[in-house]
Write a protein that binds this ligand. Structure first.
Ligand code: SF4
Length: 229
């Protein structure tokens, strides 16, 4: 299978191929941002199912839980939430406090590892392929994203990014036309939403991921969920 052939395929074609090839052994890693909501909407219009999971870091916005619940009820989906290891969190907060991630990149990555990466690895260990809402124009760290690729960071499982070539305008148009529920924070100028203490609103013209870990340089703005292969 030449994975480069997927570059000319539409998001719907890629998702239908994913369902046919992997079924529930493919998992959509959803943080319930606009792109993930589009993927859920597209999947709901296709035959068959994949697994849908989220990483509940314990530091999410209330609005994120609300949109998860709206997605559950509108699409009738089952969402599996993976939580951080409680001992890891207890040790981290006891030794470094509740906002250690603001003190250094090392501390921030430590928190992201416990709250996101370890739970992600647990989720992926049950799957053969994973689907994300990554888009190439989301910032410096994502310009090389392929629609379908081997994920060398996760045991060469297959990573599927059906919206890799979508622009923000396409995302907004799809949501409007298809009446897709979205996180209420998007209307308050939060284009990219992660954990509450590490996300802020952005000003007009600012990079769409500039509100994530805003105290760091752009090249560090990944939590480790999507390192470059
Ligand atoms: S985004 Fe912030 S709060 Fe969330 S896991 Fe990473 S450092 Fe911790």
């Amino acid at each position: 299978m030449n994975l480069n052939n997927f570059e000319s395929k539409s998001a719907q074609e890629i998702l239908q191929w994913t369902i046919s090839t992997y079924g529930k052994k493919a998992g959509l890693a959803s943080s319930f941002g606009m792109e993930d909501m589009i993927l859920i909407d597209l999947l709901s219009k296709l035959e068959g199912e994949v697994t849908i999971f989220t990483l509940d870091t314990g530091r999410l916005h209330e609005e994120t839980y609300e949109v998860m619940e709206r997605a559950r009820s509108k699409y009738g989906i089952t969402i599996t939430a993976y939580f951080p290891d409680k001992t890891g969190i207890e040790i981290l907060q006891k030794s470094k406090g509740f906002f250690s991630f603001r003190e250094s990149i090392e501390n921030r990555k430590e928190c992201c590892t416990i709250r996101k990466i370890d739970p992600l690895n647990r989720a992926l260990s049950r799957l053969d392929a994973w689907i994300t809402g990554l888009r190439r124009d989301q910032g410096l760290t994502r310009v090389d994203v392929k629609k379908v690729a081997e994920d060398e960071n996760h045991n060469t499982m297959i990573k599927i990014n059906p919206l890799a070539d979508w622009s923000l305008a396409m995302v907004e148009e799809y949501i409007k036309t298809n009446d897709v529920p979205v996180n209420a924070l998007h209307k308050k100028n939060y284009p990219s939403i992660g954990c509450a203490p590490c996300t802020r609103s952005v000003d007009k013209g600012e990079d769409i991921r500039s509100g994530r870990w805003w105290w760091e340089n752009a090249e560090h703005k990944e939590c480790g969920l999507h390192p470059k292969n």
